[in-house]
Design a protein around this ligand. Structure first.
Ligand SMILES: Nc1ncnc2c1ncn2[C@@H]1O[C@H](COP(=O)(O)OP(=O)(O)OP(=O)(O)O)[C@@H](O)[C@H]1O
Ligand SMILES: [Mg+2]
Length: 313
Protein backbone atom coordinates (compact mmCIF):
# COMPACT_ATOMS: atom_id res chain seq x y z
CA UNK A 1 0.00 0.00 0.00
CA UNK A 2 1.40 3.44 -0.88
CA UNK A 3 2.47 5.54 2.11
CA UNK A 4 0.90 8.58 0.49
CA UNK A 5 -2.07 8.75 -1.84
CA UNK A 6 -3.27 12.00 -3.34
CA UNK A 7 -6.63 12.05 -5.11
CA UNK A 8 -7.69 14.88 -7.41
CA UNK A 9 -6.40 17.76 -5.32
CA UNK A 10 -7.29 21.22 -6.51
CA UNK A 11 -6.21 24.41 -4.77
CA UNK A 12 -7.47 27.80 -5.79
CA UNK A 13 -5.97 30.82 -4.04
CA UNK A 14 -8.00 34.00 -4.05
CA UNK A 15 -5.21 36.40 -4.81
CA UNK A 16 -5.09 39.72 -2.95
CA UNK A 17 -7.20 42.83 -3.40
CA UNK A 18 -8.08 42.24 -7.04
CA UNK A 19 -9.31 38.76 -6.17
CA UNK A 20 -7.55 37.17 -9.12
CA UNK A 21 -7.94 33.45 -8.70
CA UNK A 22 -4.79 31.35 -8.90
CA UNK A 23 -5.18 27.64 -9.53
CA UNK A 24 -2.07 26.35 -7.78
CA UNK A 25 -3.16 22.70 -8.02
CA UNK A 26 -5.43 21.34 -10.70
CA UNK A 27 -6.94 17.88 -10.21
CA UNK A 28 -3.62 16.50 -9.03
CA UNK A 29 -3.34 12.78 -8.20
CA UNK A 30 -0.30 10.74 -7.18
CA UNK A 31 0.81 7.70 -5.17
CA UNK A 32 4.11 7.35 -3.34
CA UNK A 33 5.47 3.99 -2.24
CA UNK A 34 7.02 3.47 1.16
CA UNK A 35 10.82 3.37 1.37
CA UNK A 36 11.43 5.33 -1.82
CA UNK A 37 12.91 8.70 -2.67
CA UNK A 38 10.36 10.65 -4.66
CA UNK A 39 11.16 13.87 -6.53
CA UNK A 40 8.56 16.48 -7.44
CA UNK A 41 9.72 18.74 -10.25
CA UNK A 42 8.20 21.86 -11.67
CA UNK A 43 9.01 25.41 -12.65
CA UNK A 44 8.71 28.30 -10.21
CA UNK A 45 5.08 28.65 -9.27
CA UNK A 46 4.11 25.17 -10.55
CA UNK A 47 2.48 24.33 -7.21
CA UNK A 48 5.09 22.12 -5.49
CA UNK A 49 5.13 23.95 -2.17
CA UNK A 50 1.36 24.28 -2.19
CA UNK A 51 1.08 20.51 -2.46
CA UNK A 52 3.42 19.93 0.50
CA UNK A 53 1.57 22.55 2.55
CA UNK A 54 -1.74 20.82 1.90
CA UNK A 55 -0.30 17.43 2.86
CA UNK A 56 0.96 18.91 6.12
CA UNK A 57 -2.32 20.66 6.92
CA UNK A 58 -0.71 24.13 6.64
CA UNK A 59 -3.20 25.09 3.97
CA UNK A 60 -6.38 23.38 2.79
CA UNK A 61 -7.42 22.05 -0.59
CA UNK A 62 -10.34 23.55 -2.48
CA UNK A 63 -11.24 20.04 -3.67
CA UNK A 64 -9.90 16.51 -3.46
CA UNK A 65 -8.57 14.20 -0.76
CA UNK A 66 -5.34 12.58 0.40
CA UNK A 67 -4.22 9.85 2.75
CA UNK A 68 -0.89 9.61 4.60
CA UNK A 69 0.19 6.31 6.22
CA UNK A 70 -3.03 4.27 6.51
CA UNK A 71 -6.63 5.35 6.49
CA UNK A 72 -6.86 5.04 10.30
CA UNK A 73 -4.10 7.60 10.82
CA UNK A 74 -5.38 11.11 11.46
CA UNK A 75 -3.38 14.05 10.10
CA UNK A 76 -2.42 14.97 13.68
CA UNK A 77 -1.03 11.46 14.33
CA UNK A 78 0.64 11.42 10.94
CA UNK A 79 2.44 14.69 11.70
CA UNK A 80 4.29 13.01 14.58
CA UNK A 81 5.84 10.66 12.04
CA UNK A 82 6.60 13.34 9.47
CA UNK A 83 9.72 15.48 9.13
CA UNK A 84 9.58 18.76 7.22
CA UNK A 85 12.20 21.09 5.89
CA UNK A 86 10.34 24.14 4.53
CA UNK A 87 11.76 26.17 1.67
CA UNK A 88 13.43 29.44 2.74
CA UNK A 89 13.12 28.50 6.40
CA UNK A 90 14.37 30.90 9.07
CA UNK A 91 15.32 30.26 12.67
CA UNK A 92 15.39 33.01 15.33
CA UNK A 93 18.74 34.76 15.05
CA UNK A 94 19.43 34.83 18.77
CA UNK A 95 19.38 31.01 19.10
CA UNK A 96 22.40 28.73 18.71
CA UNK A 97 22.21 25.60 16.56
CA UNK A 98 21.88 23.52 19.73
CA UNK A 99 19.02 25.68 20.97
CA UNK A 100 17.17 25.45 17.65
CA UNK A 101 17.35 21.67 17.79
CA UNK A 102 16.33 21.67 21.45
CA UNK A 103 13.29 23.75 20.61
CA UNK A 104 12.20 21.49 17.75
CA UNK A 105 13.08 18.34 19.70
CA UNK A 106 10.89 19.46 22.58
CA UNK A 107 8.00 20.18 20.20
CA UNK A 108 8.30 16.55 19.07
CA UNK A 109 8.04 15.34 22.66
CA UNK A 110 11.74 14.73 23.36
CA UNK A 111 13.30 15.85 26.64
CA UNK A 112 16.18 15.37 29.09
CA UNK A 113 19.13 13.15 28.30
CA UNK A 114 17.55 11.56 25.21
CA UNK A 115 17.03 15.04 23.72
CA UNK A 116 20.66 15.99 24.45
CA UNK A 117 21.86 12.79 22.79
CA UNK A 118 19.60 13.32 19.80
CA UNK A 119 20.89 16.89 19.34
CA UNK A 120 24.52 15.75 19.15
CA UNK A 121 23.58 12.83 16.90
CA UNK A 122 21.75 15.17 14.51
CA UNK A 123 24.55 17.77 14.45
CA UNK A 124 27.00 15.01 13.65
CA UNK A 125 24.72 13.62 10.92
CA UNK A 126 24.71 16.97 9.08
CA UNK A 127 28.37 17.69 9.87
CA UNK A 128 27.64 20.70 12.09
CA UNK A 129 28.99 19.49 15.44
CA UNK A 130 31.50 22.29 15.77
CA UNK A 131 28.83 24.94 15.13
CA UNK A 132 26.30 23.79 17.74
CA UNK A 133 27.21 26.52 20.22
CA UNK A 134 27.28 29.30 17.62
CA UNK A 135 24.30 31.60 17.10
CA UNK A 136 22.51 30.93 13.80
CA UNK A 137 22.84 34.61 12.81
CA UNK A 138 26.41 33.91 11.70
CA UNK A 139 25.51 30.72 9.80
CA UNK A 140 25.96 30.63 6.03
CA UNK A 141 23.04 29.59 3.82
CA UNK A 142 24.41 26.08 3.51
CA UNK A 143 24.82 25.79 7.29
CA UNK A 144 21.22 26.95 7.80
CA UNK A 145 20.13 24.29 5.36
CA UNK A 146 22.03 21.58 7.24
CA UNK A 147 20.51 22.70 10.52
CA UNK A 148 17.11 22.67 8.84
CA UNK A 149 17.68 19.07 7.84
CA UNK A 150 18.75 18.15 11.38
CA UNK A 151 15.56 19.77 12.67
CA UNK A 152 13.47 17.78 10.18
CA UNK A 153 15.02 14.49 11.29
CA UNK A 154 15.30 14.94 15.05
CA UNK A 155 12.21 12.86 15.91
CA UNK A 156 13.21 9.99 13.59
CA UNK A 157 10.28 10.52 11.19
CA UNK A 158 9.06 7.85 8.76
CA UNK A 159 8.13 10.26 5.99
CA UNK A 160 10.30 13.29 5.27
CA UNK A 161 9.29 16.28 3.15
CA UNK A 162 12.22 18.33 1.95
CA UNK A 163 11.47 21.52 0.03
CA UNK A 164 14.64 22.47 -1.88
CA UNK A 165 17.03 20.86 0.65
CA UNK A 166 20.21 21.70 -1.24
CA UNK A 167 19.34 25.33 -1.90
CA UNK A 168 22.46 27.41 -1.26
CA UNK A 169 24.60 24.40 -0.42
CA UNK A 170 27.99 24.03 -2.13
CA UNK A 171 28.77 20.98 -4.35
CA UNK A 172 30.49 19.00 -1.59
CA UNK A 173 27.68 19.76 0.84
CA UNK A 174 25.15 18.74 -1.81
CA UNK A 175 26.86 15.41 -2.25
CA UNK A 176 26.81 14.91 1.52
CA UNK A 177 23.09 15.66 1.57
CA UNK A 178 22.52 13.19 -1.27
CA UNK A 179 24.41 10.54 0.68
CA UNK A 180 22.30 11.34 3.71
CA UNK A 181 19.12 10.87 1.69
CA UNK A 182 20.36 7.49 0.47
CA UNK A 183 21.22 6.51 4.06
CA UNK A 184 17.72 7.48 5.19
CA UNK A 185 16.22 5.40 2.42
CA UNK A 186 18.36 2.44 3.48
CA UNK A 187 16.80 2.82 6.92
CA UNK A 188 13.38 2.42 5.29
CA UNK A 189 12.36 6.09 5.36
CA UNK A 190 10.31 7.64 2.57
CA UNK A 191 11.53 10.94 1.22
CA UNK A 192 9.49 13.49 -0.69
CA UNK A 193 11.82 15.92 -2.35
CA UNK A 194 11.04 19.21 -4.11
CA UNK A 195 13.95 20.44 -6.10
CA UNK A 196 14.97 22.57 -9.05
CA UNK A 197 18.31 20.85 -9.30
CA UNK A 198 17.38 18.23 -11.82
CA UNK A 199 20.82 16.70 -12.19
CA UNK A 200 20.77 16.10 -8.47
CA UNK A 201 17.28 14.70 -8.36
CA UNK A 202 18.35 12.32 -11.10
CA UNK A 203 21.12 10.96 -8.89
CA UNK A 204 19.00 10.01 -5.90
CA UNK A 205 15.34 9.59 -6.74
CA UNK A 206 13.53 6.36 -7.58
CA UNK A 207 10.40 7.95 -8.89
CA UNK A 208 9.61 11.44 -10.12
CA UNK A 209 6.60 13.51 -11.05
CA UNK A 210 6.73 16.59 -13.24
CA UNK A 211 4.08 19.23 -12.73
CA UNK A 212 3.19 22.32 -14.69
CA UNK A 213 0.68 24.98 -13.66
CA UNK A 214 -0.73 22.74 -10.95
CA UNK A 215 -1.20 19.72 -13.21
CA UNK A 216 0.68 16.45 -13.23
CA UNK A 217 2.21 16.10 -16.68
CA UNK A 218 4.42 13.04 -16.23
CA UNK A 219 5.44 10.55 -13.60
CA UNK A 220 7.60 7.49 -13.58
CA UNK A 221 10.79 5.73 -12.74
CA UNK A 222 13.83 7.96 -13.35
CA UNK A 223 15.79 5.29 -15.22
CA UNK A 224 12.90 4.52 -17.54
CA UNK A 225 12.13 8.16 -18.22
CA UNK A 226 15.72 9.05 -19.06
CA UNK A 227 16.52 5.97 -21.13
CA UNK A 228 17.07 6.71 -24.80
CA UNK A 229 15.81 4.01 -27.11
CA UNK A 230 18.64 1.61 -27.75
CA UNK A 231 21.57 3.87 -28.53
CA UNK A 232 24.89 2.71 -27.10
CA UNK A 233 28.26 4.43 -26.81
CA UNK A 234 31.23 2.20 -27.25
CA UNK A 235 34.95 2.89 -26.76
CA UNK A 236 37.47 0.51 -28.33
CA UNK A 237 41.24 0.14 -28.50
CA UNK A 238 41.30 0.63 -32.30
CA UNK A 239 39.69 2.66 -35.06
CA UNK A 240 37.39 0.18 -36.82
CA UNK A 241 37.48 1.95 -40.20
CA UNK A 242 41.29 1.71 -40.24
CA UNK A 243 41.12 -1.99 -39.43
CA UNK A 244 38.16 -3.13 -41.55
CA UNK A 245 37.39 -0.21 -43.89
CA UNK A 246 34.66 2.45 -43.89
CA UNK A 247 31.93 0.01 -45.02
CA UNK A 248 32.26 -1.82 -41.68
CA UNK A 249 30.69 1.15 -39.93
CA UNK A 250 27.69 1.45 -42.22
CA UNK A 251 27.19 -2.32 -42.32
CA UNK A 252 26.98 -2.41 -38.54
CA UNK A 253 24.91 0.79 -37.93
CA UNK A 254 27.92 2.42 -36.28
CA UNK A 255 28.70 6.15 -36.26
CA UNK A 256 32.07 7.49 -35.30
CA UNK A 257 31.94 10.21 -32.63
CA UNK A 258 35.61 10.52 -31.65
CA UNK A 259 38.88 8.65 -31.92
CA UNK A 260 38.12 4.95 -31.23
CA UNK A 261 34.65 5.96 -30.03
CA UNK A 262 31.38 5.04 -31.75
CA UNK A 263 27.65 5.00 -31.25
CA UNK A 264 25.39 2.24 -32.43
CA UNK A 265 21.63 2.34 -32.94
CA UNK A 266 19.91 -0.99 -32.60
CA UNK A 267 16.38 -2.39 -32.49
CA UNK A 268 17.02 -4.15 -29.20
CA UNK A 269 19.89 -5.12 -26.93
CA UNK A 270 20.38 -8.55 -28.59
CA UNK A 271 21.58 -6.75 -31.73
CA UNK A 272 24.07 -4.83 -29.60
CA UNK A 273 25.27 -8.10 -28.06
CA UNK A 274 25.83 -9.58 -31.51
CA UNK A 275 28.08 -6.65 -32.41
CA UNK A 276 30.04 -7.09 -29.18
CA UNK A 277 30.54 -10.81 -30.00
CA UNK A 278 31.65 -9.92 -33.50
CA UNK A 279 34.14 -7.31 -32.28
CA UNK A 280 35.55 -9.65 -29.64
CA UNK A 281 35.89 -12.46 -32.21
CA UNK A 282 37.97 -10.09 -34.37
CA UNK A 283 40.28 -9.44 -31.42
CA UNK A 284 39.05 -5.86 -30.79
CA UNK A 285 39.21 -4.82 -27.12
CA UNK A 286 36.14 -3.06 -25.75
CA UNK A 287 37.26 -0.47 -23.23
CA UNK A 288 33.89 0.85 -22.25
CA UNK A 289 30.26 0.83 -23.31
CA UNK A 290 27.12 2.47 -22.00
CA UNK A 291 23.57 3.07 -23.06
CA UNK A 292 22.89 6.66 -23.99
CA UNK A 293 20.42 8.46 -21.78
CA UNK A 294 18.54 11.72 -21.90
CA UNK A 295 19.29 13.87 -18.92
CA UNK A 296 16.35 14.53 -16.64
CA UNK A 297 16.76 18.16 -17.63
CA UNK A 298 16.17 17.29 -21.32
CA UNK A 299 13.01 15.38 -20.41
CA UNK A 300 11.80 18.12 -18.09
CA UNK A 301 12.29 20.93 -20.61
CA UNK A 302 10.65 19.06 -23.46
CA UNK A 303 7.63 17.99 -21.36
CA UNK A 304 7.08 21.46 -19.91
CA UNK A 305 7.41 23.04 -23.37
CA UNK A 306 4.92 20.56 -24.76
CA UNK A 307 2.46 21.28 -21.93
CA UNK A 308 2.85 25.04 -22.43
CA UNK A 309 2.22 24.67 -26.18
CA UNK A 310 -0.98 22.77 -25.37
CA UNK A 311 -2.13 25.63 -23.11
CA UNK A 312 -1.38 28.43 -25.59
CA UNK A 313 -3.23 26.63 -28.45
N1 LIG B 1 -0.68 32.09 -0.04
C1 LIG B 1 -0.86 32.28 -1.34
N2 LIG B 1 -1.78 33.15 -1.79
C2 LIG B 1 -1.99 33.34 -3.12
N3 LIG B 1 -1.28 32.69 -4.08
C3 LIG B 1 -0.35 31.82 -3.71
C4 LIG B 1 -0.07 31.58 -2.32
N4 LIG B 1 0.91 30.64 -2.25
C5 LIG B 1 1.25 30.33 -3.50
N5 LIG B 1 0.49 31.04 -4.38
C6 LIG B 1 0.55 30.93 -5.85
O1 LIG B 1 0.31 29.58 -6.19
C7 LIG B 1 1.14 29.17 -7.28
C8 LIG B 1 1.98 27.97 -6.85
O2 LIG B 1 2.94 28.41 -5.87
P1 LIG B 1 3.93 27.41 -5.12
O3 LIG B 1 4.64 28.19 -4.09
O4 LIG B 1 3.15 26.23 -4.69
O5 LIG B 1 4.90 27.01 -6.32
P2 LIG B 1 6.29 26.22 -6.30
O6 LIG B 1 6.17 25.16 -7.35
O7 LIG B 1 6.62 25.78 -4.93
O8 LIG B 1 7.31 27.34 -6.79
P3 LIG B 1 8.88 27.56 -6.43
O9 LIG B 1 9.62 26.60 -7.30
O10 LIG B 1 9.11 28.97 -6.87
O11 LIG B 1 9.07 27.33 -4.98
C9 LIG B 1 1.95 30.39 -7.65
O12 LIG B 1 1.29 31.03 -8.72
C10 LIG B 1 1.90 31.26 -6.41
O13 LIG B 1 2.00 32.61 -6.74
MG1 LIG C 1 8.23 26.15 -3.69
Amino acid sequence: MPILEINNLTKIYNGGVKKNEIKALDDFSLKIEEGTIFGLLGQNGAGKTTLIKILLGITFPTKGTFRIFDSNTSLEEAKMKIGYLPENHKFPNFLTGNEVLKYFGMMSGLSGKSLELKISEMLELVDMTKWGKTKVKVYSKGMMQRLGLAQALIHDPQLIFLDEPTDGVDPIGRKEIRNLLILLKEKGKTIFLNSHLLSEVELVTDHIAIMNRGKLIKEGNVLELTKKEEVYNIILDVNLEELFGEHYLTNNSLSKVADRTYTIRVQDSSEFNLLIDKLRASGVTIKEFSQQKNSLEDIFISLVNEAEKGISK
